[in-house]
Design a protein around this ligand. Structure first.
Ligand SMILES: NC(=O)c1ccc[n+]([C@@H]2O[C@H](COP(=O)([O-])OP(=O)(O)OC[C@H]3O[C@@H](n4cnc5c(N)ncnc54)[C@H](OP(=O)(O)O)[C@@H]3O)[C@@H](O)[C@H]2O)c1
Ligand SMILES: *[C@@H]1O[C@H](CO)[C@@H](O)[C@H](O)[C@H]1NC(C)=O
Ligand SMILES: *[C@@H]1O[C@H](CO)[C@@H](O)[C@H](O)[C@H]1NC(C)=O
Length: 294
């Protein structure tokens, strides 16, 4: 344990840092200029910040979430920041017809789509699994099936543009974390669907990139509220930079984005060799007494 923390982790960190910083990183904000982008879950949090970055980069933006009042404000702010155009569509991703209609709206508005950023998540509980199967099903609709529905609807436009699909996932979509059983299930599902689809795109020479984003703890209001007191949330990463890294990874057509890099990548390197150890290290981050048993 001590040996691992004192020698192996810093060593792996150095190797990774070297690979990371010497790898080519030729992102330019102009890459997004005049591009047509859909961002889901953009009324708050990381999605809202992505809309602002895209606006500064001069993209055409279509954002969506349920709360119309918030979307209207984000659109106004985007126009002020320099968006080529900004529109919204409000509705719930529980409704797969709505999910497809968002893509249809982009088709009507632009006849073109360069990037589909799938980011929304339905609210869940932060506690022991409560055996509520209906909740799992509902969350799968919102967090997973609507992503599939939007992807299917967007494929023709993305094929035409050589576009990109960006899927926002989590550490909890790569390894088990306690108290987020339904959420974790939906995020693992995204990895399976999109990683498999990426393979088929490669076989078929379909020029659509798929970027899966593995995020650690980010300082959005909802996330901070959920974990407060229970999870060691002393150093969440900033949502503004997180949003930028997601857009950058999508524009560079990377297969995966890890943010914040070392705190997500290193644990996942341990995962395949010592899963029990990783599980233990994760459990240590929780103040389990603070979790109310149902
Ligand atoms: N923050 C973190 O620590 C963290 C860590 C790992 C991964 N992530 C991932 O990052 C992404 C963004 O997270 P965040 O923290 O920015 O979340 P957030 O602040 O809670 O925002 C979630 C967004 O989804 C929308 N939404 C919720 N339910 C919806 C529904 N039924 N239909 C349509 N839209 C709905 C919300 O707007 P309305 O309520 O108006 O609908 C909001 O715009 C998520 O995929 C999340 O899993 C976050
Ligand atoms: C959009 O928001 C408005 C105002 O809150 C509401 O009346 C309408 O039903 C919403 N549309 C959808 C598709 O949910
Ligand atoms: C795929 O699309 C990208 C972005 O549109 C483009 O830069 C690249 O040249 C395309 N690749 C092929 C093989 O057509």
């Amino acid at each position: 344990m001590d040996l691992l923390q004192k020698i192996l982790i810093p060593f792996v960190g150095l190797v990774l840092a070297f690979c990371f910083y010497s790898g080519k990183d030729d992102f330019k904000p102009e890459m997004l200029q005049g591009k047509h982008v859909i961002v889901t879950g953009a009324s708050t949090g990381i999605g809202e910040q992505m809309a602002y970055h895209l606006a500064r980069m001069g993209s055409h933006i279509l954002i969506t979430a349920r709360t119309e009042a918030k979307l209207r404000k984000v659109v106004a702010q985007c126009l002020e920041l320099g968006a080529a155009s900004a529109r919204y569509m409000n509705g719930s991703m529980e409704d797969l017809v709505f999910a497809q209609n968002v893509v249809k709206k982009a088709e009507e508005l632009w006849g073109h789509l360069d990037m589909l950023i799938l980011n929304h998540v339905g609210s869940s509980y932060f506690n022991y699994f409560n055996s509520d199967i209906e909740h799992v099903q509902k969350l799968l609709d919102i967090n997973f099936l609507s992503y599939v529905a939007m992807t299917v609807a967007a494929l023709p436009m993305l094929k035409n543009s050589g576009g990109s699909i960006v899927v926002v996932s989590s550490m909890a979509g790569k390894v088990g974390f306690p108290f987020v059983v339904p959420y974790s299930a939906t995020k693992f599902a995204l990895d399976g669907f999109f990683s498999s689809l990426r393979q088929e795109f490669a076989i078929q020479n379909t020029n659509i990139s798929i970027t899966l984003c593995i995020l650690g703890l980010i300082n959005t209001e909802n996330a901070m509220k959920a974990v407060s007191g229970v999870f060691d949330s002393s150093s969440p990463a900033p949502k503004e930079e997180c949003a930028f890294e997601i857009i950058k990874g999508g524009a560079l057509r990377q297969r995966e984005v890890y943010y914040e890099y070392t705190s997500t990548k290193i644990p996942l390197l341990i995962r395949d060799w010592a899963p029990g150890l990783l599980d233990y290290l994760i459990r240590r981050k929780y103040n389990v007494e603070k979790v109310q048993e149902n």
